[in-house]
Ligand binder design. Structure first.
Ligand code: ATP
Length: 292
């Protein structure tokens, strides 16, 4: 098969890992930078050019769309879908997972437990702060990533000052209960084709509450409980994502889905779990091709 990885970073670990996994299965692999894809509708058909060259020989794409390129990158994926090219990550799943509130709405629709979260108009936020009964509150930017844009406020006064500042800067955010018993850790499960293929526990560095590896967190191997495994699979399905990372907080009331990542980094998870996630993604593409 001819498979393209849609990535702006050919040298990145994740891109290289996917390239190698595809080549090991004798597929013709290439990397296309979505920023150089030109999209057209010609004679009623979706057509795509990479710079000036027509791209009409691909069987599948593996999107690795970064947060800084969500709008155009998702359009490129949607264009391939319109051309009948199989995408390992759906354009719908990418755009829905990038906006944290949209993601929570979809998870709620599918009865998937998440931390108590509030999105309200600025006029209502002060009232809504009271519903947290003076407990610490997490304030999150709707489109933050790598733990940037996640703030822990210890008191309602801090929360109000933060909210007023974000509002003055014109930034959209949500309020969320702080799951203290998670103890600065979360679980990342990688789901491919409805199966958890790898998992790890991430722990924050001393003095932080965010477990992101980009924020200096550390990771260790973990076996998921059956409740965690079920919730990860259900969340990926609800988001229509054939390949994604599901972040879970271990709360006293059971696992809570924190977020879905449509472009999960592969370096941390493959090295920590010892699992070849890329091989699973290529297998997913092969099975899909066979069932066509
Ligand atoms: N409600 C919460 N209670 C406890 N800890 C939390 C909560 N929300 C976030 N955290 C911690 O902060 C980290 C970053 O939060 P979140 O995953 O929402 O941010 P992000 O910027 O979207 O990260 P990512 O790069 O994974 O997309 C989480 O991994 C978790 O450790």
């Amino acid at each position: 098969m001819n498979i393209a990885i849609l990535s702006r970073g050919e040298a990145l670990y994740s891109t290289q890992s996917l390239l190698k996994a595809g080549e090991a299965r004798n597929h013709t692999m290439e990397v296309l930078d979505p920023s150089y894809c030109n999209l057209a509708v010609e004679n009623g058909k979706a057509v795509l050019y990479f710079q000036n060259e027509l791209v009409d020989d691909l069987h599948a794409v593996i999107p690795r769309i970064g947060a800084s390129n969500t709008y155009f990158g998702t359009n490129v994926v949607r264009h391939f879908e319109a051309m009948g090219v199989f995408s390992a990550v759906s354009s719908e799943g990418i755009s829905n997972s990038r906006d944290k509130w949209t993601c929570f709405q979809i998870l709620a629709k599918h009865q998937i437990p998440v931390p108590r979260t509030i999105y309200a108009s600025f006029f209502e936020f002060e009232e809504q702060l009271k519903t947290f009964n003076g407990k610490p509150i997490i304030i999150k930017l709707l489109e933050g990533t790598h733990g940037e844009g996640v703030i822990l406020t210890e008191s309602p006064q801090n929360a109000l000052a933060t909210i007023e500042t974000l509002n003055a800067a014109g930034v959209k955010f949500l309020l969320q209960e702080y799951i203290e018993e998670a103890n600065g850790a979360d679980v990342r499960a990688i789901v491919v084709d409805g199966v958890v293929v790898a998992a790890m526990k991430r722990k924050c560095k001393l003095g932080d509450f965010r477990s992101n590896l980009h924020r200096g967190g550390t990771s260790e191997m973990i076996s998921l409980s059956s409740a965690e495994e079920k919730i990860a699979i259900k969340a990926a399905k609800a988001m229509n994502l054939g390949f994604c990372g599901v972040d879970i907080l271990q709360s006293k009331n059971g696992p809570l889905v924190l977020e879905i990542n449509s472009t999960p980094g592969l370096e941390g998870i493959e090295n920590t779990s010892g699992k070849n996630v890329s091989k699973s993604v290529i297998g997913f593409i092969e099975r899909n091709k066979k069932s066509q």
